[in-house]
Design a protein around this ligand. Sequence first.
Ligand code: APR
Length: 311
Amino acid sequence: MAKHKIALIGGGQIGGNLALLAAQKELGDVVIFDIPKAEGMVKGKALDLMQLRPHDGHDVTITGTSDYSDISGSDVIIITAGIPRKPGMDREDLLGINLGIMKDVASNVKQYAPDAFVIVISNPLDAMVYAFHKVSGFAKNKVVGMAGALDSGRFRAFIAMETGYSVQDVTCMVLGGHGDTMVPITRLATVGGVPVTALISPERLKEIEDRTRVAGGEIVKLFGNGSAFYAPAQSAIEMAESYLRDKKRVIPCASLCEGEFGVDGYFIGVPSVIGSGGVEKVLEFTLTDDEQAELNNTLDAVKKTVGETGL
Ligand code: APR
């Protein structure tokens, strides 16, 4: 069987970790693309990763480039091109710079890898994935944003930290936009099937929800320069793996909704089935009135940022 090919557009903090994880999972050969100014950096990272291979024995090739033609034939493209946040910034503050970058990336991906499944990570996520879709004209099932997987992972981590039980057994989902208005669906969160509402007091659960909403900002503040990269990379790799191996995992992703959950024409975090068809389905279910109101609120925030793209 021919090896898959994964191209990473942006080879910074998240990009480097995406390359490491994609190689370690042997998802396929990896091409790390970055701007000419960063060509040495991505070529260096690629070479470093090639020299990691003898230690854990993964048989894939990792290369660095600033030539877009090298992404030709990619099965999956993961985009982190852009700038990350600094302390005091919202994700929305990145729009001006990152929108221009995303337009450039989208037209090149369209030209060189028109059949790829594209995962967008750049922020502000809900607007960036919208912009990629608009500019590239890709089918809606081939474009998805990575946010809910990360936000849900953060919620899961905090619940595991609170209870002391295995993070492996914590399941939950966070829906909506990738910002402070995101919607943790605490009602459906469980530890090994036991509702978290039976394990954690309502007051503590509220605090955990609030911490989840600003979890990215907590890390930005600690770093002082830049934003989270390990967990974002892992979250996107799970999505790429589900596509390449047709696992049909159900992951909260920013998918284009056309009526689901009352959302029409916007990418927003909803439970999505990812398989060889890309985003094969959005799994809709009935929200409580409060949850729906919160989703409407997050949708307003997403609409506002998308509106600012002028697309
Ligand atoms: N094309 C390709 N790559 C680009 C372009 C471009 N036009 N412009 C910038 N880049 C590259 C930068 O050179 C850099 O190597 O994108 C990379 C971004 O890496 P980092 O600055 O390390 O940022 P990172 O932490 O990886 O986050 C990237 O993901 O989570 C979001 O908010 C985050 O928008 C940010 C993005």
